[in-house]
Every structure is written in structure tokens, then in C-alpha cells.
Design a protein around this ligand. Structure first.
Ligand code: ADP
Length: 309
């Protein structure tokens, strides 16, 4: 028998989804999300992120391909697959007449969690909603509702938590709280998958990132490797006198005069290095007073990769 614990948290093989009407939302995607990680599924709007999550959640039927959750095939073992994953949906949907406490109790009942093993109050505490336990859900703010959704996704203690665009409409402070909780869960061993189109978010949180565009997986790599793929580097050079025009050199990809004494130079790190760029500035008769370099971020990689796809 196969040892399930050696399998990825989520394994998707040749997954395709064609919606009624003919839209091909997923086109033969294969992807393995390792256990214990915070994994970011990135892509522009309409890329196919929600479709992927909804197939895993059992809300959308796939057209072809297979998906395994914690080793359980979603077709052959739907109950175990479902019990292994908690999903925080993009849309906020609650019965407005239940309190947060009741909402969690109902959800636990739905998953068949016995009463003595329910932990509704503990979950409410974890998402800072303890004092709202008995308020009507409709009186909660948007941020509170989202936190309640996170608690709701965790009632059956799944080993995987999926957050679909978790910070849409969430203010900065709540976002930080949400991330703190997500990190805490991850430290306890929960595998986290989040979809986002905010690159900074993925860059800050995720160990590994997959990028999808037009229903295809264009890359799947550790975050650090992905950032290293950005070839464009920018260096800002301050010189000792005012300039009328920026000098040019073969190793510059682009050069701009940001102010009379500051040159913003873009170069491709596979073709030149900072030393060559600075030598070229000096060779044009200028003295350098200061230098600032900027590391490429995911935005650069993302634009580069989605443009190429
Ligand atoms: P994302 O979550 O990355 O924004 P989605 O998975 O929501 O992308 O959508 C992928 C594509 O499938 C989009 O072109 C979208 O318009 C289309 N789509 C999503 N849901 C449906 C549906 N129920 N019926 C038809 N087309 C859909």
C-alpha cells in the first residue's frame, strides 16, 4: 500500500476545465504542493485560480484530469479528500441570523465533529472574535466576517487550509492579523495555499509560488528562485554636477535623468554587472557621489513571465 504521508498535500495532474459555453478555464494543469508549506497560487484576474480551488472544494466539476488532497483522490475518496481541506471562499456567505459561535457549531456538525471535540471558542479566540461570539453575524464588519470564515474553514482541523483571495477588501491592520494567524497555523504544521493577484503578499508569505495565466501553469518554484529569475536590475547613480542629458553606454538597457544629478539606469544582469555600469558612467566623464541599487521583485518576474506566455 502507498504511504499517504509521503505524498504532496495537493497533487493535480492534467487538470482541465471547460465551462458550459466553452470557456477553457484550466488547460491541462499539473501541480504538486508540498506538505508543510505556504504555497501561493498567483495569476491575473481570470487566470483560473478560483476554478482550481473550487474543483478541490468539490464545488465545480472538472472536465478531465485528477486531483488528490492529502493523498486522497477527489473522485475515488471524496469524503476523506473533503475532510483534509478547509477552504476560505472569496465571497462572504453566512446565514445572517446565526451568531459566530453558532456558525462554527453548525459547521462542526456538518463535518460530523463530535461535541466534545469541537473547539468553537478556541477558534474564535484565535481570530480575535471572542467578544463577538454571541453577536448576530450580520452585525460584524467585513474584516470580522472574513476572520470568521477562516475559523469556519478550520472547525474540522484539516491539515490543509486554502484561502481564496483572502485580503480582498481587508484593511492593512486586519491583513497583518490574518497573516499572523496563517503563519501560526503553518508553524503548527498546517499546509497553507493562498490565491492572490497581489505579488507583495505572495512574496512576503509564501515559500513557493505557482503562476497561472490563461488556465496554464507558467511557473512553479521556490519564491527565492523566482525572484532571482528577474533579469532586470536598476541602479540609481548620483553624480557631482547637473546634467542636461543622460549619457548612454552599450551595457545600459535604459537610462533616464530622474533629476539633474541622478541617473536611473536599467541593465540586464545576464549581460552586465553593476561594476561595468558604474565604469561606463565614469568613462563618460562623470564623478559618482552615491549609488543605490534596487533588487528585482516578483512584479518584474510576473510581468516578464505572463508577457512571454
Ligand atoms: P481567477 O480566479 O484566476 O480570477 P477564475 O477561475 O475565476 O479565475 O476564471 C477563469 C476563467 O473562467 C475566466 O475567464 C472566467 O470568466 C471563466 N469562468 C469562471 N467561472 C465560470 C462559470 N461558472 N461559467 C463560465 N465561465 C466561468
Amino acid at each position: 500500500m502507498t504511504d499517504l504521508s509521503s505524498q504532496p498535500a495537493i497533487e493535480i495532474t492534467n487538470l482541465t476545465k471547460v465551462y458550459a459555453g466553452g470557456k477553457r478555464a484550466l488547460d491541462n494543469i499539473s501541480l504538486a504542493i508540498p506538505r508543510g508549506q505556504i504555497y501561493g497560487l498567483l495569476g491575473p484576474n481570470g487566470a483560473g485560480k478560483s476554478t482550481t480551488i473550487n474543483i478541490l472544494a468539490g464545488l465545480v466539476n472538472k472536465t478531465s484530469g485528477t486531483a488528490r488532497i492529502w493523498g486522497f483522490d477527489i473522485d475515488q475518496n471524496p469524503r476523506n479528500a473533503k475532510n483534509s481541506i478547509g477552504i476560505v471562499p472569496q465571497e462572504i456567505v453566512f446565514d445572517p441570523f446565526f451568531t459566530p459561535f453558532e456558525t462554527l457549531e453548525n459547521q462542526a456538525g456538518y463535518y460530523g465533529v463530535p461535541r466534545d471535540r469541537r473547539r468553537s471558542m478556541e477558534l474564535l479566540r484565535a481570530v480575535h472574535l471572542e467578544d463577538k461570539a454571541n453577536a448576530y453575524a450580520r452585525t460584524l464588519s467585513g474584516g470580522m466576517k472574513r476572520r470568521l470564515l477562516v475559523a469556519k474553514a478550520m472547525v474540522h482541523s484539516p491539515p490543509i487550509l486554502v484561502l481564496d483571495e483572502p485580503t480582498a477588501g481587508v484593511d492593512v491592520q486586519l491583513r497583518q492579523q490574518l497573516w499572523a494567524y496563517v503563519r501560526e497555523l503553518n508553524a503548527q504544521g498546517v499546509t497553507i495555499v493562498l490565491t492572490t493577484h497581489y505579488l507583495e503578499e505572495a512574496e512576503e508569505l509564501c515559500d513557493r509560488i505557482g503562476i497561472i495565466n490563461h488556465g496554464r501553469l507558467i511557473t512553479d518554484k521556490p519564491t527565492r528562485e523566482l525572484i532571482a529569475m528577474a533579469q532586470e536590475k536598476v541602479v540609481q547613480v548620483t553624480v557631482d554636477r547637473d546634467l542636461d542629458a543622460a549619457p548612454d553606454a552599450a551595457c545600459f538597457e535604459k537610462v533616464e535623468l530622474s533629476d539633474p544629478r541622478t541617473l536611473t539606469i536599467t541593465y540586464m544582469k545576464n549581460r552586465a554587472n553593476a561594476g561595468q555600469v558604474l565604469s561606463a558612467v565614469q568613462a563618460s566623464g562623470l564623478s559618482i557621489v552615491d549609488v543605490v541599487t534596487r533588487d528585482p521583485d516578483l512584479e518584474d518576474v510576473f510581468l516578464h513571465l505572463t508577457a512571454a506566455a
